[in-house]
Write a protein that binds this ligand. Structure first.
Ligand code: HPA
Length: 248
């Protein structure tokens, strides 16, 4: 089974032939919503809308621990996290797709680990390469087969939100080495690693980051959603090809 976590602009997976929906309870509380099960080209897929079905859960209030815990009970072969980002690097323009290979965490105050008890040996997961390389490779291969252009690699800066950044903050993120900025990459990516999930992100550039591009102010949300909707056609195309090369 392939698991897809849908971000902004992807509250449902329209290529999915839905079989059923299931609520999964966890020791960490409620996931963002029921899990949608179905098939794409005869392959079993489970889908979760990160921000809830009606896109009502802001990034800092997503119950990442519950989402990943619930997904892990389904033992998916790969987890693909689709995530909207602001583009910092020059070539990361609205509509571009990126498979990031590194992440910098600027979030705070989120429940970011399963290892927060005092009655187990202290555990430090290896997070040198935060995304699963095999999953990234499959995504890249699927994109190639689908004829979709994706940028292979890039540094994702995970910020707290929900506000957008200042121009100075984006300059700082760039100096830190970040290529794109988003609000949901952490702790999701680290929790996936703690659980041993084969997790990779397919980032969709929704807008130029603050102070970049030709806009002097942030692009209105309505325009961002237009970009995201257009990009989702390409995301779905990649997912359809991903299930085709799934067994490889
Ligand atoms: N900043 C942070 N998160 C985002 C952005 C942005 O510009 N665009 C989409 N998610």
């Amino acid at each position: 089974m392939l698991a897809i976590i849908g971000g902004s602009g992807m509250t449902q997976l329209s290529c999915l032939e839905i079989s059923h929906r299931q609520i999964i309870r966890t020791p960490y509380g409620e996931p963002s919503g029921p899990f949608t099960f179905g098939k794409v080209n005869d392959y079993e897929i489970v889908f979760l809308a990160r921000h809830g079905h009606g896109h009502t859960i802001p990034p800092h209030l997503v119950n990442y621990r519950a989402n990943l815990w619930a997904l892990n009970t389904l033992k998916p072969k790969y987890v693909i996290a689709v995530a909207a980002v602001g583009g910092i690097r020059e070539d990361m323009v609205p509509g571009k797709l990126v498979i990031p290979d590194q992440i910098i965490d600027y979030t705070h105050g989120r429940d970011s680990t399963y290892f927060n008890t005092t009655d187990e040996p202290v555990t430090h997961i290896d997070f040198t390469y935060p995304y699963c390389s095999a999953t990234r490779a499959q995504l890249f291969k699927a994109a190639k087969l689908a004829g979709e252009s994706v940028i292979d690699g890039g540094v994702y800066a995970a910020v707290q939100g929900p506000r957008l950044e200042t121009a100075a903050e984006i300059n700082r993120l760039e100096r830190d080495g970040a290529d794109m900025v988003g609000m949901t990459g952490m702790p999701e990516t680290a929790l996936a690693r703690e659980l041993g999930l084969n997790y990779a992100t397919l980032a969709v550039v929704a807008n130029h980051a603050a102070g970049r591009g030709t806009n002097i102010a942030a692009v209105p949300l309505k325009e961002i959603f237009v970009v995201l909707e257009a990009a989702m056609v390409h995301v779905r195309n990649i997912i359809e090809h991903l299930v085709n090369c799934y067994g490889d």
